[in-house]
Design a protein around this ligand. Sequence first.
Ligand SMILES: Cc1ncc(COP(=O)(O)O)c(C=O)c1O
Length: 368
Amino acid sequence: MIGESPSLVAWSLSEPRPADLRSFLDVHADAYECYGSGKVALRDGLAPLSEPGENVLLPAYLPDAVAEPLAELGLEARYYAIEPDLSPDLADLESRVDEGTVAVLTVDYFGFPTPDFEAVAALADERGCYHVDDNAHGALSVHDGTLLGTRGHLGIASLRKLFPVPDGAVLYLGDDGVADRYEPTALAGVADGVDAGDCRFVLKSLAADLLDRNALVKESVESIAGRRGGAGDPGERYEAAKTRMSRLTARVVADVDPSGVRAARRTNYRVWRRLLRDRSDVEPLYETLPEGICPQVFPVRAERPRRLLAALERGGVEAHTWPRLPAVVRGGPAYGTARRLSREVVALPVHQHVEPSAIEEAGAALRR
Ligand SMILES: Cc1ncc(COP(=O)(O)O)c(C=O)c1O
């Protein structure tokens, strides 16, 4: 079975690593703070910069819960339309900026740099608002020598998208003025001790690895242990994300080898790309894998996503469509592209604990 996330067990059995995430961040980011989740990092980053009643522009192709921290700050989440290549629809975005716009957020989807970053940065400068670089998916992606997430006035990265950890995020304070105004709250930093959540995650990871071949039992283990970021309405998921970075996460990321993780994910990405190259019903979202990019997944647009997911499941691959859209996007006339993408984009796992040979085998099963 090729799981969607890297394994804590595989991590614990691997060799000591030469570098760690902190050193990597120290090299690439001027000022940053650790958090339990990207959503809370976003809240604390925006809190000193905004007033209740102002608005933040977000791309329509976004998980519903990302707007929750804005709601907590009394800010309106205002969604702009996107293009099929995931770039912002610049005309739509610009038409939604007004006096009350405090920030525009762009997303480096799946660890790839957002197209038109500079155009949005210029617009934000011109209209006097902040630019948030949301790199939730690709904490290790470096583009033209710059770590994604650090390119805006502020930015975020989420660690559980790449590593076998229960939580974890980074808030980047890329702009001196933003860094000066930043005030850490009780949710900034790392928790003091190991808690029940850490233990639950370890037990769940062990059980999931042991029971990997028995989907039914695994399903029950997951429901007992609590799904990571899955169930519940967006507000509940946000409340559950209000923790500091756990000791367990800090311990695991103190020991990751950023270049090894990136290399493994890139290799797996290329294997998927080769295996699916000849399928006319499946199209990779990105034509190239630029140097320095650490893909979160191999994202494809599928003509018949349900059929692809069923075939992947038969081949032992856990995959999913992405994301669960906000209610206003599910209903809004301007958001047809975001809706179509959320139905058609299937995210295939490339994580560092999948062997390329396992992907080859799954690919062979897909062809049968
Ligand atoms: C684009 C994007 N931004 C922000 C977040 C929030 O990150 P976290 O789950 O660490 O709160 C997510 C979560 O999926 C995301 O996909």
